[in-house]
Design a protein around this ligand. Structure first.
Ligand code: NAD
Length: 288
């Protein structure tokens, strides 16, 4: 059976690293790194995510703050808040929680964030720097995936890696990071022909699709390392719901050498790397 890559435990380690880094930053610069989280609207999942981000940042000694704006807030006002945070020297990280209400142009708001404070790594300048092999602020979930691969101690140099999903948030940046580690990377997506055969080539298989248990056991090469980014809420059969990944876990765990569970795999790593990115941004800003 596969080794279970415990993201919950590893995230604790990352948070402890960040906590130490924050203490050193404070000692050096006399202030805490600042993270500002912006939530527009009342989406229940987003409310939970943003509160958790605020709480997690304060737990490691940062100055974390959550701004909650009503769903009816005009785009101009959201942009004005972003500009104010851009101009505030005590703010190191700005995170705009997605999705934004339909009345607001998401791209315009994300593009307004100062790239030096873009702790989500979604700004085109940061995406471009990553693609150019000069990473600065890199998306949190892909960083978490790479740390889980480090835990698995899988050699990446020359390995065949397949990433299923080509989003700007997960698929593309994780493929870039794997490429930077000298893996031979394939990006599969919704138009990929014979996905199962493509996946079976993979020594490292990353699933970031958003389709419950799309990746079956017979997609997995024996001994492969499987990173499951997907978070899908499905009917548990007893009138309740449960979370499952993009990988059919029980099947894949029979064949893989190591695999991340859902929940408790990639999910907790994302917040941990948001904190790490905030510290990284704070250092880069303080040093200039
Ligand atoms: P997305 O919807 O932006 O992208 C999904 C990608 O999957 C697309 O590129 C699409 O081409 C591909 N795809 C869709 N159907 C496919 C199919 N049948 N076969 C192959 N490829 C297919 O999603 P995203 O933002 O990249 O997120 C993917 C999943 O990861 C979601 O379940 C999301 O909830 C989860 N997620 C988890 C975390 C975390 O912290 N664990 C963070 C971000 C996203």
């Amino acid at each position: 059976a596969a080794r279970i890559l415990d993201g919950k435990k590893l995230a604790e380690t990352v948070r402890a690293e960040v906590r130490e880094g924050v203490a050193a930053f404070k000692a050096k610069y006399g202030r805490a790194p600042g993270l500002e989280v912006v939530l527009v609207g009342d989406d229940p999942a987003s409310q939970v995510y943003t509160r958790n981000k605020e709480k997690a940042s304060n737990e490691v000694g940062m100055q974390g703050r959550l701004h909650v704006l009503p769903a009816s807030t005009p785009e101009d006002e959201v942009l004005a808040l972003v500009e104010r945070l851009n101009a505030d020297d005590n703010v190191d990280g700005i995170l705009v929680q997605l999705p934004l209400p339909k009345s607001i142009n998401e791209q315009r708001v994300l593009d307004a964030v100062d790239p030096a404070k873009d702790v989500d790594g979604f700004h085109p300048v940061n995406a471009g720097l990553l693609a150019a092999g000069r990473p600065r602020l890199v998306p949190c979930t892909p960083l978490g995936c790479m740390r889980l691969l480090a835990l698995a101690e899988v050699p990446l140099k020359g390995a065949r890696a397949v990433v299923v999903g080509r989003s700007n948030i997960v698929g593309k940046p994780v493929a870039q990071l794997l490429l930077a580690e000298h893996a031979t990377v394939t990006i599969a997506h919704s138009r990929t022909k014979d996905l199962a055969a493509v996946c079976r080539e993979a020594d490292v298989l990353v699933a970031a699709v958003g389709k419950a248990e799309l990746v079956r056991g017979d997609f997995v090469k024996p001994g492969a390392v499987v990173i499951d980014v997907g978070i899908n809420r499905v009917d548990a059969g007893n009138g309740k719901t449960k979370l499952v990944g993009d990988v059919a876990y029980a099947e894949a765990a029979e064949i893989a050498s190591a695999i991340t569970p859902v929940p408790g795999g990639v999910g907790p790593m994302t917040i941990a790397y948001l904190l790490q990115n905030t510290l990284t941004a704070a250092h880069a800003r303080a040093a200039r």
